[in-house]
Design a protein. Structure first.
Length: 150
């Protein structure tokens, strides 16, 4: 959900600025609303000590390792949880959900926001959403669906 929120809001801000709108004022209020909607406004203020900047908000919500609403924090939690369930050791994985989660987590740990931004934030967030859907499908197949006996 965080990936969707950042993607939509960033797209709206870019579109508004490209159409001659006042990106600073409108964008500042939009990003403040985004931060408040995910309970990250106070955290942002303590972390960055600057006015609200779209790039910093996106970086916080995508890559911050300690904020509970960031994509990186949540993927790390999912990864730890799947490993705890399967009992797999470091450097291994027990199923496809665990492999995909580990792969995404590594990317979020080692990518810098400047690199993500240079490649394209929208494309990156679309890939994250696709990976999350795939992880969810594999978790469901592995842990919730049972073979029907005839």
């Amino acid at each position: 959900m965080t990936a969707r929120i950042v993607d939509v809001e960033y797209h709206k801000l870019v579109e508004s600025t490209a159409n001659g709108g006042d990106g600073d004022t409108a964008g500042n209020h939009q990003w403040m609303a985004v931060l408040k909607s995910v309970a990250a406004y106070e955290f942002y203020r303590r972390q960055y000590h600057v006015r609200i900047e779209p790039e910093k908000v996106a970086e916080l919500l995508v890559l911050h390792p300690q904020h509970p609403r960031s994509i990186r924090f949540n993927i790390a939690t999912v990864h730890r949880s799947l490993r705890a369930i399967s009992g797999s050791g470091p450097g291994t994985y027990a199923d496809e959900a665990e492999r995909l989660t580990g792969k995404l987590h590594e990317s979020l740990m080692y990518d810098r926001f400047e690199d993500i931004f240079a490649r394209g934030l929208h494309a990156f967030l679309a890939d994250v959403q696709k990976a999350c859907r795939s992880i969810g499908e594999h978790v469901a197949r592995t842990y919730f669906y049972y073979a029907v006996m005839r």
